[in-house]
Design a protein around this ligand. Sequence first.
Ligand SMILES: [Zn+2]
Length: 142
Amino acid sequence: MELTLEVIPKSTWGKNVRSEYKSDWDKIRKLVYQKAMMKCQICYEKQETLHAHEVWEFDEEDHIQKLVDIIGICEDCHNTIHYGRAKLVGTDQEAKEHFMKVNECDELDWMLAVQEVSIKSMKRNKIKDWKLDLSLVEEYLK
Ligand SMILES: [Zn+2]
């Protein structure tokens, strides 16, 4: 899987599978780790610990933020995907290096990706009433 930068609109920060399914979160994330077999599902490096990462689709027409997958990924990939957060906590240099390594690309590709995600961010933050579609979670709770 390609490593891309992602942005969650401000209006849904803190609202996710973990917050909405508190008592089931442990079960869900263990299923995710099992499926990943302790390998990052983006860079394929073997890991001691994984992070459960929610993959979303954004429907800007109907303002729906839909959960489409939950994957097990490494700390470096997670840091890179959430580049906005990485900038805030000062790990953006690591994000850049990891992005170029995993995607085997150069600094120009990185700069284009940063530009693309900042445009995405502006578009998504213009919408203030995103609705979460977490129906995928039911698949994990069967
Ligand atoms: Zn990784």
